[in-house]
Structures are given as C-alpha cells and as structure tokens.
Design a protein around this ligand. Structure first.
Ligand code: PBG
Length: 307
C-alpha cells in the first residue's frame, strides 16, 4: 500500500539477437539464458515473450558477411528485416523496436563508415542510417532506435521516414549513450567489437551530466519521441536528471555488463539473483525510467508473478 514504485511486465523491453542460418539457437556465453537465434527458431521465443505479456522486443542482427559500409544492415533481405516480418506474423501485437547502427555490419566494427585514417565520417554515415531505418520500417518495425551517436541522425531519419509515408513510426533515440565498459558482453553477443580504436569519439564521456541534457535536447528538437539513457545502473543520476528535464517517455538500457555481473555473482553463490535483479530494475524505474531494456525481462516477469 505504501510502495511508491512497482514493476510489471509493461515496463520491459527484451533484446533479441537474430542470425542467419537454420535451426540456430546459440547461447551467448557471457549472457546465460540469452541466445542468438535464426529466424526459423523465433517461434517458441516469441510465444514465450507474448505469454509473459512483455510488450516489446528490440532486435539486433548478425550479418552473414560484413563489409566497410555495413550493407547487410539496410538490405531488404537482411536478417533483421526477415525477423521483423516473421515476428509480425507470429505476434502482431508485439511492438518491434530495431537498433539502427552499423557496428554489427561493418568489417571494422565502428558505428559508421571510416576514412583511410580510421576516422568515422558523420554525414555519409547518416545517409546509410536513413536507409537502414527505412528498410526496417518497410519490413514492419514500429519503433526505430538509432544507437550510433552521429550528429543530425534523428532529424535525417525522421525526414526519410516521413517522405516515404512512415509518419507513425516512432523514434527512440539512444540520445544519452556513454562510452562504457559495461557493453563488453554485448560485443560478443552481436560480434561488434571495434577492430581498431574505440567509440570515445562519438559516445559520451562518463563524467559528464550536463552534456546528457544537451544531447537529449538536440534529439528532441530533431523529432525524437522517446529518449534513452544507456547504461542504466551506473547512470541513475542521469536517468533522473533527464526524466525531470523532459516530459517525453524515458527509456533506460540495463546493458549486457550489468546483466552479466549479476549472473556471474549469482552463479558463484555470492548474491541472490532474483533479489538483486529486481532491486536493480526497481532502482532504474524509481530513478525515472518509463521503460527498461533488459536481458532479465523474462525472468523478472516470472519472479514478479511469484511474489
Ligand atoms: C550499438 C549498440 C551497443 C549496445 C546496444 N547498441 C554497443 C555499443 O554501443 O558499443 C550495447 C547494449 C548492451 O551492452 O547490452 N549498436
């Protein structure tokens, strides 16, 4: 009766990694209980998610072949595009969010195209991101989530979507994304580690808070509908500041490293996974997140129903 913050299935977005091939269901070593799935294996996974009443999934793709411009990322027959069509067929009510970024698709592993010196080129990258967002919308995505951190990409994607009649497709911007060590396990899951350098040139510096407000302001001005803060756990002050500053829905990404830490400590018997995971998720919501992207989504819904 006195509890101020409660969790429910409605709060969660579950990440899925889709891969080419047939009959593939490969567990991600550093993220137990999470799998790389081929499109034909999505059936049971989607049924489980729908049955748990998790309202949305976010899709990441592993291409067959990587190249300098990440062309499989915006191919009509790309793995994410195929997965969107299949999920819409399996569960039309499930909201499909797609990660719009080139890092999973480029052979160098950066989030954009690079020049001979290895610098990421902003404007040519934005053009490819427009193509990628559009190809996801054409396949049936409800929400596109640009995670690349290039300047001007939200406005460019909004224009590209509107020009093709996708005025109802929502943009969830990874507006506030820090250059974080917590993405480690994801880079194994999505096979997207940069082959040289790092992402500090385009992701934010962890000590900066006011910059978060500036980034969110810019993306909102360009037409973002939902603002995301990422990572979540070490950035609860940022979630709180962004949630107080803006009246739009706020998403927080409880990223791979945050999940793996809990799993690993629980496997050693050092902490109680259920108790800690629910405590973390509650804290993220208490800080001001309206929705939480989390690898714990399925477990959390089960645990909540047992309370
Ligand atoms: C970029 C992207 C990343 C994550 C989501 N989208 C990796 C990165 O920015 O390096 C990380 C998510 C996680 O760690 O769970 N496409």
């Amino acid at each position: 009766m006195m509890r101020e913050t409660t969790l429910s299935a409605d709060d969660f977005i579950y990440p899925l990694f889709v891969i080419h091939g047939v009959g593939v269901r490969r567990e991600i070593a550093a993220m137990p209980g999470n799998y790389q799935l081929s499109v034909d294996m999505l059936g049971p996974e989607i049924a489980e998610i729908a049955e748990l009443r998790i309202p949305a999934v976010i899709l990441f793709g592993l291409p067959e072949r990587k190249d300098p411009t990440g062309s499989e990322g915006y191919a009509r027959g790309g793995v994410v595009q195929q997965a969107i069509r299949e999920i819409k067929r399996l569960a039309p009510e499930l909201v499909i969010i797609t990660d719009v970024c080139l890092c999973e698709y480029t052979d160098h592993g950066h989030c954009g195209v690079v020049d001979a010196e290895g610098h990421v080129l902003n404007d040519p990258t934005v053009e490819l991101l427009q193509k990628m967002a559009l190809s996801h919308a054409c396949a049936g995505a409800d929400i596109v989530a640009p995670s690349d951190m290039m300047d001007g990409r939200v406005g460019a994607i909004r224009t590209a979507l509107d020009d093709e009649g996708f005025t109802d497709v929502v943009i969830m911007s990874y507006a506030v994304k820090y250059a974080s060590g917590f993405y480690g396990p994801f880079r194994e899951a999505a096979d997207s580690a940069p082959q040289f350098g790092d992402r500090r040139g385009y992701q934010m510096d962890p000590p900066n808070l006011r910059e978060a407000i500036r980034e969110a302001e810019m993306d909102l001005a360009e037409g973002a509908d939902i603002i995301m803060v990422k990572p979540a756990l070490a950035y609860l002050d940022v979630v709180s500041a962004v949630a107080s500053a803006f009246s739009v829905p706020i998403a927080a990404y409880n990223v791979s490293g945050e999940f793996s830490m809990v799993k690993a400590a629980a496997e050693r018997g050092w902490i109680d996974e259920r108790r800690v995971a629910l405590e973390v998720l509650t804290a993220i919501k208490r800080a001001g997140a309206d929705m939480i992207l989390t690898y714990h989504a399925k477990d959390a819904v089960r645990w909540l129903s047992e309370i």
